[in-house]
Design a protein around this ligand. Structure first.
Ligand SMILES: *[C@@H]1O[C@H](CO)[C@@H](O)[C@H](O)[C@H]1NC(C)=O
Ligand SMILES: *[C@@H]1O[C@H](CO)[C@@H](O)[C@H](O)[C@H]1NC(C)=O
Ligand SMILES: *[C@@H]1O[C@H](CO)[C@@H](O)[C@H](O)[C@H]1NC(C)=O
Ligand SMILES: *[C@@H]1O[C@H](CO)[C@@H](O)[C@H](O)[C@H]1NC(C)=O
Length: 934
């Protein structure tokens, strides 16, 4: 037997690819919408940035203050403007140019009076007068040394010498402020604010009033009040005590009583004459806020100078002084605020943009599953491997195109998010992520059976991930207290790993814009969050693919893993029950149906000595659906034996629910037989189904078509799958279209979604006959067709029959008679009879049927009349005066009947009457009845 030539992987790939391409072309508008969304979001971002630039970055508050100094014409239009510190508010000042920054007093940051740490005995009185002392703690290994140093710490006095360069003068005294610091130190708020400066002295007499001094810093001039505050330096036995004192009340509510803050603390460690080793605790009110990406200054220099000075005096005597004149910032040019808002909000936008592909892919996969297009493609020879690989490659190509568009457009429109980071990192990140996304879509698609549900779930995932990322995950990333390993766990969720990557891009872009640092480059990659994210994405992508592959295997070997298990379990539990049943039924079958037994013998013969004459051989096929929810197991097919040679059309008749569709499903590999076997062209359907598919055509009961593809495109696709190429393919498609009457009037180029039911039916038949398969199954091919179309369809099937074995189920006796060489009537899962239509009619139809309609009162007369003509007649039907009788053929002559009726007409009124030979329909009804009764 010639082995069927399977279409090569490449041919299948080509077929599927071309189909998908056409499908996408049809869907061009939804594709355009898909591409437009990222472009639209990019434009929105640019607009947000423009708005932000106008309102914030370029607002007067965020640049150095200016003033009009010359309005010559007096027309309100300024000719000369002057900008600088002198025209600026505190906020504006930081943006001014400081070519020569002013020297600033080195101030010590001290707690506000009400929060200072004081001896509880003194607290009340000092609070009232506002004279609570500033505490400095000292500890170390050598207490006597510590005592000396702490005396030296605050041994200065405050003097004002107006003729002196005042800064030099001020350097002798320890000055402090309660003012917090700013982000830059060009204008220290300790000086340029209304708060007083404190001179910290060992003793303040209540009468001590200090003169205010004028503070001249061209171009600014300040009058500053100086107050005296007592400084206490206290010894503590060790650093544990110091820590205790500093931190025990830290952040314990707002209650002033319990906040004991110290201005500074020193641990002198092992300091001695030859070795100066000190740890310094400094005081600050800056907490390093979460949302603050800038760092504020802390006032440490003065406390370092204090202890150094004290040590120097200890070594060299009290005359020695190390004066700390001033601190000074680096010169700077005028700056602008450059906040890239678009980068900051980028992650949520772009995570939506990229995740948006997910519903699209998932929907497409689930749609093919839901419409059972996947299975029908498989039945026409499309292998699993080709399907998955082509789909993967196809989605990857689309996604890649999408992100490339996004990157190009984003850069072109000027988004720094894209421009400031290395393009190769960005591309690889997106590329890896879309791979992961496709793998996950494959994995998840097996969980959904409805495209709509899948889409809804996917969109919830898209928007949920973006929002959770921005409003939960980002806080956790920025919050330093969140454990890093839990962050890692969160990043295992694909939505968050994407968000994290985008977040890193946005931070690098933002910082580069603000501070001129580097954008993300490969040199930042190792050991960064990006490194981690890349690994997560790659590993998860592979895992998802492996799990998908495994699940696909499981589902293709057993439709439902649970059913599969149940079956195995039951089989092993109660084998005798089934075998008993089998014996019982086969015995009773043998009693009556000789034709069925002959067929069984023929099959047994064929099984013993295989020959090529019969394309389809079913040997004792059985299907039992396991009982569920307390229902007994349902026997769908009980021991069907059948052999169909090439060139024969076998018709399967039977009432609804007789098991015809179950049989077709079994033969097409949708369900596995419970026992028995079947061979198609010598290939076992349980083992070699994939090869069987290459020479098989199916026309399922429900049309499985792509709504947007035209009839012609369907046929091209299936033709390619069947290994047709070039002119052969074109010719086959033309012929096929003509044969099912879809060729004219542009029908072939109309999307199948617009077809009427009959047209879809015809297309389905054309598909099943495409590429001259050796075996074709048709499940009620002509339902819903008008008589003319049905005729042409029949002709098409009949001409295809010559070199094909066809199994066809139908409810139309006319069709069965016209098309089928043999018929089998199928009742309750088993064949009741088998033979060609003439034989069957002869065998079951040894009678003719007399129908007569009269008024009801004459029913009795009619009965008598019939009795007279044929004593063995049987009444088979009676309703409202219409009666049907079956008259054995050997008893009646038609002429006698006519005479009898003519006579009757003179006696009573006969509305209508007729006599007919048995039709196939009568045979069917008879067989179905006896089968069911039995
Ligand atoms: C402690 O310091 C003093 C000097 O102030 C020194 O004389 C003494 O030896 C030191 N004690 C120890 C145990 O180092
Ligand atoms: C003021 O400063 C001048 C110059 O440094 C100095 O001669 C004078 O003695 C100082 N006066 C006081 C009261 O310290
Ligand atoms: C510190 O040490 C001294 C002597 O070693 C001792 O008298 C004092 O109680 C200690 N202080 C504390 C708070 O432990
Ligand atoms: C300073 O003190 C610390 C703690 O006692 C010690 O580990 C370190 O070696 C010392 N440094 C010097 C230079 O002595």
């Amino acid at each position: 037997m010639a082995k069927p030539v399977a279409a090569s992987f490449l041919t299948q790939a080509n077929a599927l690819f071309k189909k998908n391409l056409t499908y996408q072309k049809r869907n061009i508008w939804s594709n355009v919408r898909l591409i437009v969304i990222p472009l639209y979001l990019c434009v929105v971002l640019v607009c947000i940035q423009a708005l932000f630039d106008t309102l914030v970055n370029n607002s007067a508050d965020n640049q150095c203050g200016c003033r009009c100094i010359d309005d010559k014409n007096g027309d309100g239009k300024c000719e000369i403007r002057s900008c600088g510190l002198q025209f600026s508010s505190q906020n504006q000042a930081v943006f001014c140019a400081f070519p020569n920054p002013p020297p600033l007093l080195p101030l010590l940051h001290i707690p506000r009076p009400e929060t200072r740490s004081v001896d509880p005995a003194r607290r009340d009185s000092c609070k009232r007068t506002g004279s609570c002392p500033v505490t400095i703690l000292v500890t170390g290994n050598n207490q006597s040394l510590g005592a000396t140093l702490s005396e030296n710490l605050l041994s200065t006095s405050f003097t004002v010498n107006s003729s002196d360069l005042f800064l030099r003068n001020l350097a002798y005294t320890v000055l402090g402020t309660t003012s917090a610091t700013d982000y830059t130190n060009y204008r220290d708020p300790g000086i340029y604010s209304d708060l007083p400066i404190f001179s910290i002295q060992p003793q303040c007499t209540p009468a001590t009033t200090l003169p205010s001094f004028s503070f001249q810093q061209p171009p600014l001039e300040f009058q500053k009040e100086v107050r005296c505050v007592q400084g206490l330096s206290l010894w503590r036995n060790n650093s544990i005590e110091v820590n205790d004192e500093i931190f025990k009340n830290y952040l314990k509510g707002n209650h002033e009583e319990i906040v004991n803050e110290v201005a500074a603390a020193y641990d002198l460690l092992d300091t001695d004459r030859s070795n100066f080793n000190v740890t310094i605790w400094y005081y600050t009110t800056y907490k390093g806020d979460l949302q603050d990406w800038r760092v504020k200054y802390v006032r440490v220099p003065r406390s370092v100078n204090l202890v150094s000075n004290a040590y120097l005096q200890f070594l060299k005597g009290s005359g020695t002084k190390m004066l700390f004149d001033f601190v000074k910032e680096m010169p700077k040019q005028e700056t602008r605020l450059r906040m890239d808002m678009a980068s900051l909000v980028g992650p949520i936008f772009f995570s939506w943009v990229i995740l948006l592909l997910f519903p699209v892919i998932l929907n497409s996969l689930v749609y093919e599953k839901q419409q059972r297009l996947r299975i029908i493609m498989k039945m026409h020879g499309l292998g699993d491997a080709s399907y998955w690989m082509i789909s993967y490659a196809y989605f990857l190509a689309i996604s890649t195109l999408y992100i490339v568009c996004l990157m190009i457009f984003g850069s072109a429109i000027g988004l720094k998010f894209f421009r400031f980071n290395d393009y190769s990192i960005q591309f690889i990140f997106y590329f890896l992520y879309i791979n992961l996304q496709i793998s996950i879509a494959f994995l998840v698609s097996s969980a959904f059976s409805k495209a709509v549900t899948a889409s809804v779930a996917a969109y919830i995932y898209v928007f949920g991930s973006g929002l959770l990322g921005a409003f939960l995950f980002q806080f956790l990333v920025e919050g330093l207290s969140f454990p890093r390993r839990w962050l890692f766990v969160l990043e295992l969720y694909p939505g968050f790993s994407l968000y994290r990557g985008l977040y890193e891009f946005s931070q690098y872009a933002f910082q580069r814009n603000l501070n001129g640092r580097d954008g993300m480059k490969w040199k930042h990659f190792r050991g960064s969050a990006m490194d981690e994210i890349f690994s997560i994405i790659i590993i998860e992508g592979f895992l998802a693919l492996i799990v998908t592959y495994y699940m696909n295997r499981v589902s293709s070997t057993a439709k439902d893993p649970i059913v599969f298990l149940e079956n195995t379990f039951k089989k092993s539990l109660s084998p005798q029950k089934f075998s008993l049943k089998k014996q019982g039924s086969s015995v009773s079958v043998e009693m009556e149906k000789l034709d069925v037994i002959q067929e069984r013998e023929k099959v047994e013969q064929l099984m013993l000595e295989p020959s090529t004459s019969h394309d389809i051989v079913c040997d004792n096929l059985k299907k039992v659906y396991p009982g569920r929810d307390g229902n007994p197991p349902k026997l769908a097919i009980s021991g069907l034996s059948l052999a169909v040679p090439s060139g024969e059309c076998f018709g399967m008749l039977g009432p609804n629910g007789a098991g015809k569709t179950s049989f077709i499903n079994m033969m097409t590999g949708l369900v596995k037989p419970t026992s028995g076997s079947a061979f198609v062209r010598g290939l076992d359907i349980c083992k070699d189904m994939d090869r069987v598919y290459t020479s098989m055509g199916v026309c399922p009961q429900h049309d499985l078509l792509w709504e947007t593809l035209t009839g012609r495109e369907h046929l091209f696709f299936y033709g390619r799958l069947k290994n047709l190429k070039g002119p052969d393919l074109n010719q086959a498609v033309e012929e096929s279209l003509k044969s099912v009457n879809l060729f004219h009037g542009g029908v072939a180029d109309t999307p199948a979604g617009k077809y009427s039911g009959g047209m879809k039916r015809r297309l389905s038949v054309a598909i099943s006959l495409m590429g001259s398969p050796k075996v074709v199954y048709m499940d009620e091919p002509s339902t819903g067709l008008d008589p003319a179309s049905r005729r042409s369809l029949w002709t098409a099937i009949k001409s295809a029959k010559q070199h094909t074995a066809i199994i066809l189920t139908t409810h139309s006796m006319e069709e069965a008679e016209f098309l089928c060489d043999r018929l089998g009537i199928f009742v309750d899962g088993s064949l009741q009879c088998i033979g060609n239509p003439k034989e069957l009619k002869g065998r079951y139809g040894g009678s003719c049927v007399l129908t007569m309609t009269t008024s009801t009162e004459h029913e009795k007369d009619v009965e008598l009349l019939v009795q007279d003509v044929s004593p063995n007649a049987k009444k088979i039907y009676q309703i409202a005066g219409t009666q049907k009788f079956e008259l054995p053929k050997e008893e009646v002559r038609i002429s006698e009947v006519f005479q009898a009726v003519e006579k009757a007409k003179s006696n009573f009124k006969v509305f209508a009457w007729g006599i007919a030979d048995t039709t196939l329909e009568d045979v069917f009804i008879k067989v179905a009845k006896t089968g069911q009764a039995f």
